[in-house]
Design a protein around this ligand. Sequence first.
Ligand code: FES
Ligand code: FES
Length: 168
Amino acid sequence: MKPPPVEITLEVNGTARTCTVEPRLTLADCLRNTFGLTGTHLGCESGICGACTVLVDGVSVRSCLMLAVQAQKTRIQTVEGLAGKSGLHPLQEAFHRHHGLQCGYCTPGMLMTAVELLAENPNPSEADVRVAISGNICRCTGYQGIVASVLSAAAQLQEHMGTKPWEQ
Ligand code: FES
Ligand code: FES
């Protein structure tokens, strides 16, 4: 017998959301199809490419491998939540400036992984960045521009330590 739908409540990009989902629905499909947040991309749908990376309570998660019901009462951050009232997040600005993307398919996952990295390590070395993004596959850029973008954003965030001018 098919298990009944389950009501879940979670916070997505600072907004409380409630929805009723099939128990087997992935978090990625819930974000994309239930909430319309299609910035979270699906590549392999098997935990390999990292395109679907979002933050769950501040920790990067492959949303294709997590069920929506497991996100009950968590705080989710997706790429849609990065830009503030005054513009793009410094990581998004840096990706634009340093050509950190070509087709952009990997970019939302790269950005969310980089957000986690810079929260944990505000002053990463190039090697730190390369290790952090090693679970995010990019087929286009050769990674050089992505690494330069993350290092540049880290420097900019250090300058604005404690303030978030893009949110004001
Ligand atoms: S789509 Fe989730 S890891 Fe590839
Ligand atoms: S920019 Fe195309 S996959 Fe990364």
